[in-house]
Design a binder for this molecule. Structure first.
Ligand code: XMP
Length: 326
């Protein structure tokens, strides 16, 4: 019988055997896989582990706090936060092409994470220790997809393409390699991780950066963050999370339309709701949300987010539409 306690006990043993007394680094993204793999390694080797959280400024409302406060409180993990929002925004200035945005965000992420790694290596050396391992939240489907190799996650790949000097490269610790997503969630719950993290729906690595159609700016991020928080809160309150695979909320920053509020004419931006139902994100259908929930979300967003005067619903399946707009 599959049982989270057994898996935890078994992995803790394995991790201890692999790591010995060396130091370990892990990257937390706010997502399920990195949260659970990090918590397992912490369970096994305690403060030999340091987790690094790169705040790229493209997270949703509350996600930084979920990691910095709730996750740390639940696990006791030693966490280093890299405040990189300004760097990312500067690198994204003037960029509107989606693939260009992805490239820039990926590159800046690696730079920020690598600097944190170098700092931790220096710190360990100062106390006569060595950082030898990097935690990776590779799941079984990732292993299969990559033909049995060592995972597909993006942090890992840069160690192969010559990020760090060769003698500083790490061995991987991958405690989720035999597991499926629902099993990972069960283990996370067993380890007492915050539900907001364990139950989180898929969210792309480039974050809100690819949910602003147009240039990414601090002001636009703030508008989208507020609208997204409202939509998420109302979907959860209506008990719809189980029916929805994910619901991108998109700001059409380069589109304006006329509206009216009180006695005045407005000229604001539309927000798109993109709720989809899916098994694996390869295909998807738009989720038939109840009209009264849509009405509530629309009313709240247009009342509470000044720059938004229109909320529209995306009723396209995948294919031909993708789930994200960029
Ligand atoms: P699309 O838009 O291609 O999305 O239908 C399929 C799934 O992949 C996610 N997605 C990404 N995840 N980096 C990620 O980590 C990305 O650049 C990226 N683009 C799309 C998307 O949220 C959906 O779950």
């Amino acid at each position: 019988d599959w049982n989270p306690d057994n898996v935890i006990a078994e992995q803790v043993e394995r991790i201890r055997a692999q790591v010995g007394s060396a130091r370990v680094i892990s990257a937390l993204s706010g997502g399920v896989d990195s949260a659970v793999s990090t918590a397992l390694v912490h369970e096994a080797v305690g403060d030999q582990l340091t987790a690094v959280f790169v705040d790229h400024g493209l997270l949703r409302k509350g996600e930084r706090e979920q990691v910095q406060q709730d996750y740390v409180a639940a696990t006791g993990v030693r966490l280093v936060t890299v405040d990189a929002a300004d760097t990312f925004l500067a690198a994204l200035a003037g960029v509107t092409d989606p693939e260009e945005k992805r490239k820039i965000i990926g590159r800046e992420f690696i730079r920020a994470f690598e600097q944190a790694e170098l700092d931790l290596i220096a710190e360990a050396e100062a106390s006569g220790e060595k950082v030898k391992f990097l935690v990776q939240g590779t799941l079984y489907p990732d292993v299969v997809e990559s033909g049995g190799g060592t995972g597909t996650a993006n942090i890992k790949s840069h160690h192969n393409v010559g990020g760090l000097p060769e003698d500083l490269q790490f061995e991987l610790v991958e405690p989720l390699r035999t597991l499926f997503k629902d099993e990972v969630r069960a283990i996370g719950r067993e380890l007492g991780l915050p539900e907001a993290i364990v139950g989180r729906q898929p969210f792309p690595g480039p974050g809100l950066g690819i949910r602003i159609v147009g240039e990414v700016t601090a002001d636009r991020l703030e508008v989208l963050r507020e609208a997204d928080a409202i939509a998420r809160a109302e979907l959860t309150a209506a008990g719809l999370d189980d029916q929805i695979w994910q619901c991108p909320v998109v700001l059409l920053a380069d589109v304006r339309s006329v509206g009216v509020q009180g006695d005045g004419r407005t000229y604001g931006h539309p927000i798109v709701l993109r709720p989809v139902s899916s098994e694996d994100a390869m295909t998807a259908d738009w989720t038939r949300l109840p009209y009264d929930v849509l009405a509530k979300i629309s009313n709240r967003i247009t009342n509470e987010v000044r720059e938004v005067n229109r909320v529209v619903l995306d009723v396209t399946s995948k294919p031909p539409g993708t789930i994200e707009w960029e």
